[in-house]
Design a protein around this ligand. Structure first.
Ligand code: IPR
Ligand code: MG
Length: 147
């Protein structure tokens, strides 16, 4: 089908469960999509990128953390968000990176216009509200931890 630029189209987002022990890195979004909700670091897949490259780029851009090629694919969800101020449809690719619990990983808030700040949250005490795509996964019983 031809896309003349006026039609909304699905986009691809790559997000990362950065895990440290039983904690996950989350930040409160400042955005027309999921504003004020807690979300994983990540963002739009760029032309020609692998999921792993996108995960590493977004992590670096948003938090300053270097994950190299460590991200592994966990799952993919289809998220149609027509109720948002900016209607959108994302295919969301969820990746995982496990960091050394002893290592001093200090995330920086490098895009303060998009996020209130990053922090580690215990998986059993996640903050609310979670961003829609993440909320849907958590409510379904999904967890990102290696078996
Ligand atoms: P960027 O690319 O700005 O990091 O995008 P994002 O964090 O708003 O993520 C886009 C996908 C979301 C809305 C599922
Ligand atoms: Mg982002």
């Amino acid at each position: 089908m031809d896309n003349n630029g006026d039609q909304p189209v699905p986009r691809v987002a790559v997000v990362v469960f950065l895990l440290k022990g039983r904690s996950v890195l989350l930040g409160r979004r400042r955005s027309a999509v999921g504003n004020s909700t807690f979300a994983l670091p990540g963002g739009h897949l760029e032309f020609g990128e692998s999921f792993e490259e996108c995960a590493a780029r977004e992590m670096k851009e948003e938090t300053g953390l270097e994950i190299g090629k460590a991200a592994e694919l966990l799952t993919v969800t289809n998220n149609v968000m027509l109720e948002q101020p900016k209607k959108c449809h994302y295919v969301t690719v969820f990746m995982r990176v496990v960091v050394d619990a002893a290592a001093d990983q200090v995330p920086q808030n490098l895009e303060p216009e998009k996020c209130d700040g990053w922090d580690w949250y215990d998986w059993d005490h996640l903050p609310h509200p979670l961003f829609g795509p993440l909320h849907k996964m958590v409510s379904s019983g999904f967890h990102p931890f290696p078996l």
